[in-house]
Ligand binder design. Structure first.
Ligand code: ZN
Length: 160
């Protein structure tokens, strides 16, 4: 079966940055399962998987605009220390989660000056060109329930 919109695709992958550092990998885990063409994975990789089948391997270089976007200065903000009291003893590099317009977003504290805390809620991979090595392990039709939920069920997918 050929990968295309609304197919269930499973893959092993290794993700590296421009410096060649491994950022993420499915090694030692089940292959990652996702529904193609609906935004389950970054756009650039979704596009490259179109037309692939089980057993295919390939490398893909994905620019930021087809991955997690560019750094947005509007997402670097300040607040008073009081706002972070639930995090306890904060310092530069402390990570946390905030409720953003598109759901929960990760943030990191980048500066503390007196009572003013500067934090960055850009995606940690914003501005990065991503390098994937991919092995497609399976392509199958989605169940109606998977399409309804917008994700894959079972190993490599969601467990309810
Ligand atoms: Zn589900």
């Amino acid at each position: 079966m050929i990968a295309g919109k609304n197919k269930a695709v499973f893959m092993h992958y290794t993700l590296k940055n421009d410096a060649g550092e491994v950022l993420d990998s499915s090694e030692g885990r089940d292959p990652l399962g996702f529904i193609q063409g609906i935004g389950n994975i970054i756009a650039g990789l979704d596009k490259q998987i179109e037309g692939k089948k089980a057993g295919d391997t390939f490398s893909a270089t994905i620019p930021p605009e087809e991955a997690y976007g560019h750094q947005n200065d509007d997402l670097i903000q300040t607040a008073s220390k009081e706002e972070f009291k639930e995090l306890g003893d904060i310092k530069v590099g402390t990570r946390f989660h905030v409720q953003g317009p598109q759901g929960v977003a990760p943030g990191v504290i980048t500066k503390i000056e007196g009572d003013t805390v500067t934090f960055d809620i850009n995606h940690p991979l914003a501005g990065e060109t991503l390098h994937f090595d991919v092995e497609i392990t399976e392509v199958r039709d989605c169940t109606d329930e998977e399409l309804d939920h917008g994700h894959i069920h079972g190993p490599g997918g969601h467990h309810h």
